[in-house]
Ligand binder design. Sequence first.
Ligand code: NAD
Length: 399
Amino acid sequence: MILDEDVVRHVGFSGRALDILGKSDREIKFQLRKHTPEGRIVDCYLVYHSTARGPPCKGGIRISSDVNLEETAKLAEIMTYKNSLMGLPFGGGKGGIAADSSLSPEKKETLISGYAHEIREELYSGAYVPAPDLGTGPRQMADIFDITHNRSTVTGKPVGIGGIPGRREATGFGVSMAARLGAREILSSDISDLTFAIQGFGNVGAWASKFLADRRATIKAVSSIKGAVYEEDGLDIEELYNLRGELGDDCVNEYEGGEGMELGSELLLDVDVLIPAATGGVIDKAVAEDIRADMVVEAANAPTTGDGDEVLEERGIPVVPDILANAGGVVASYVEWRGARSGSKTRREETYQVVKENINEAFEEVSNIASETSLSMRKSAMIASCRRLKETMEGRGWV
Ligand code: NAD
């Protein structure tokens, strides 16, 4: 459970509310045995943490070798709080497939089709509406649509089958917005005067880098799973971005315009802002003790461990938490889902505008709570989210 004492006290949660939020509503696990890479058995999960504000439960499907039930449940819980912070009519859910994230689209297609077949009742009933996460993207969402043939059953689809322009880049766009707001409100600077290190150059990291570079931020380092690169005067993000187009998400080590670095050292660089945009748990106690950035913007889900967070707080390094910083994706998914149900059409500018408004409003709400309570941005974001959840559960007569 990611609720802490300060949050519980400020929200005034009863024991009953804590019992409800203290465990997953539902956990489904199964194996895929046929048509899997090398004929291996593949463990799969679907978790609903809270349906208080749903159904549907909303959260991406992750393909990664590390996927397990515990991680999927934790990510579903994060989605409960993120969706509530953004005021969306969604519970928190997450899907997981324990397989190599770098499989070819064809191999992923057989896995994701098998997965969608197994959870078909959840999809058809609208109980779970998936979206992309680590190791999945529009192509895999199209694979799900090929099974359900219903546009409102999955978001993050390619444009043409109900995907909306701007959804693909929405999480990275939201991260860049959160970084701009953090720079202004916390560091009293404009991002064009700041230096950045970004871990991960997939959907979220690459788009966040691009939007930041477009605003003349200096991005000194980026990484992907096969390596990190550094350039004191700033990397050529356009070139890296094009390289990703040719070679895919794990391309950074092939970039020739900077110095290669040991993977992980990008987290410890002397930059103004650090953006972890890859995977969870990378800022643990030891890393947090050595971080030299003045601010962390969490683009990945749960990149900071509990111990790591305590150290960052003790050291006075502000963190714009994941449920705020990376919420642009689920906000855009909401626009896509709503459009699929109403038949309305969405323009790219509209997607950006909705993400911008939602991140702005949530940032302001969280900053106000942080000033009133003197608590961290993370705890303040949880307070804002949980106040909404409490009201919803009271309205439903659950507490
Ligand atoms: P992705 O699969 O598109 O890209 C992941 C990137 O991280 C790749 O470049 C990969 O090489 C790199 N990577 C993986 N492990 C690494 C490591 N140890 N060190 C350095 N690089 C590493 O994934 P994504 O969709 O960009 O998701 C990234 C993170 O953002 C995840 O934590 C995900 O949960 C979170 N997130 C994604 C979305 C979304 O809309 N896709 C929304 C909210 C949050």
